[in-house]
Design a protein around this ligand. Structure first.
Ligand code: HEC
Length: 90
């Protein structure tokens, strides 16, 4: 539970940071600043229903991350952020 609150605060601060810096950065920089939660919500829904964090264990998310990195053609940096978000939220 404590872990969830911390993650929530972290996700919130990442989102706020994104909003605050949107005005003076390029699209590319904005994409690099996206949090795991944002990347998950925006990318993992492209091909199938968005998988919720509790659907899989931490270890399963690691494997799925590698699998979907290839499928979704995303960078390992983006996938790492998504997997960290999913592990913390499940
Ligand atoms: C380019 C399309 C595409 C995108 C984007 C995509 N997936 Fe998938 N995903 C698939 C396909 C196709 C399957 C089922 C076939 C397979 O297992 O390869 C699948 C299966 C899954 C499964 C079922 C377990 C498994 O490994 O087969 C999970 C969980 C999953 N995806 C999570 C994600 C997450 C999390 C993301 C975001 C990082 C994501 N997917 C993005 C195409 C995609």
């Amino acid at each position: 539970m404590k872990k969830l609150i911390i993650m929530g605060l972290l996700a919130f601060s990442f989102v706020s940071l994104g909003i605050l810096t949107t005005g003076c950065t390029t699209q590319r920089e904005i994409a690099a600043q996206k949090s795991g939660a944002e990347l998950w919500a925006q990318n993992c829904i492209r091909c199938h229903n968005i998988p919720s964090p509790p659907s899989y264990t931490d270890v399963e998310w690691e494997t799925i991350g590698l699998h979907m990195e290839m499928r979704a053609n995303m960078t390992s940096e983006q996938i790492t952020k998504i997997v960290e978000f999913l592990q913390a939220a499940n």
